[in-house]
Write a protein that binds this ligand. Sequence first.
Ligand code: NG1
Ligand code: ZN
Length: 529
Amino acid sequence: DPLFQKAAEVSKQHPKPDIKFSYGTAGFRALADNLDSVMFRMGLLAVLRSKAKNGQVIGVVVTASHNPVHDNGVKLVDPFGEMLQPSWERHASELANAQDVAEVLRGVVTEHSVDWNVPAKVFIARDTRPSGKQFVQALVEGVEALGGSHQDYGVLATPQLHYMVRCANTAGEYGEATEEGYYHKISKAFLHLRSLSGKTDVPVIKLDGANGVGALKIKEMAQHLNGTLSIWVCNDGSTGKLNEKCGADFVKLHQCAPEGMVITPGDRCVTFDGDADRVLYFYFNKENKFCLLDGDRIATLMVGYLKDKLDKTGVSLERGLGIVQTAYANGSSTSYAESTLGVPVACAKTGVKHVHHKAEEFDIGVYFEANGHGTVLFTKDVVDKMKAIVQDSDASTERHKAAEKFLSMVDLINQTVGDAMSDMLVVETILYEKGWSLDDWGAAYTDLPNRQRKVTIKDRTVIKTTDSERKTTAPEGLQEEIDKLVAGYKSARSFVRPSGTEDVVRVYAEADTREAVDSLAREVSQIVY
Ligand code: NG1
Ligand code: ZN
């Protein structure tokens, strides 16, 4: 096959190990030693995807997020900056596992009637892992083997690359597709909101950078904030190891502070994950107790703020404001959103692609996973209505001010995907306007004690789920057993599901006390074996 001859030839220099790869919730993830062939082949696939999308830019990110430093991974980013369309995940897996790459490439071209004359363009970025550089080289070889062109952004936070892709495909409407353009857009919106606040005090933040890319990039961002925030970056990679006993995943799972930070009660602490697409807040209260403000908490803060602005403008919307959670959302956050804030809550399956699509059903869709990954999506309709108010109303009215703040929020938020830097600045803006400390924020509602466990079984795919993964349908009888155990506890809830990123079954439990929840999680784990 002349079209794919070069690809097949170069492919020999990237031999495939005897491993079955699968494009999961976050693309491919594995030990870095096993990933060279996958990288080359994703370079090939990105070219086909770009051609299939009329030559729009496709993104490729080399990262394994919160995994240990010896792992790596790769995922594709679609033209609007969103995750790769699920129907193409199958092609990615097929190509990664193929003995004959030309055959799979031919199949994709035929199935999608790809026009070979369309030029392809691919944006590439990587996190700080030492294996990343050589992987970008393999990717570029893949892109070039099919005659595509590429732009290598070097080291970027994952959400920065998502942003670049969206900018490039919207003719600059979303912003400029450069790193400077990213800092410029976000800092400009943040500083505008600061100027509207009428306040001048400078909050101090202690940030756990997970020894990853977020630590580097937040320092760049800070340069653009004109001293309005004081950010102390800990775990900045200068001494510690990526994600080791630090980072948002560690903090969420162990419900304790990361190592590498000196914290006194009352300090405002923030943690990013290894590729800076997740963020969590935490602090020690007066009793020196560790308090976590997770993704659910951030979502409710954002929803409350946006609802207030929406109410003040009196804008009416067809699909309204809503919040999307996963099964892992704390039950208290769900009732707080529904009962206190009066905002509808939808539940979607775990994984950004699921929550993202669900959020598109609202005019203003706030989605967050409890682990700190999330963002807000806005329809053109709501943005246009706010713009009209800013244009037509007197600048001194509450209505005008609310619309102006709302529009700056739209610019501050990275709508392509969860973004630790952007989300942190959104939280900082809202806390600043409200004059809230983390303790004030934490007082909005009290999380039910919760516990996550991992159980390793022979074949996790035997577990099938339904109802946004909150119930199991197989193996037979498992759900009944879980129900029985849950019935023995107060305010309790528990579910199990196979992980999409690790070879484990995840067990989640909630109950009225720490002791009860630990016991319930243990009991449920035992019946999963
Ligand atoms: P899995 O391994 O499928 O549970 C984990 C996270 C997701 C999401 C993905 C992608 C939990 C319980 N699960 O998925 O929320 O972030 O990784 O990174 O945190
Ligand atoms: Zn991540």
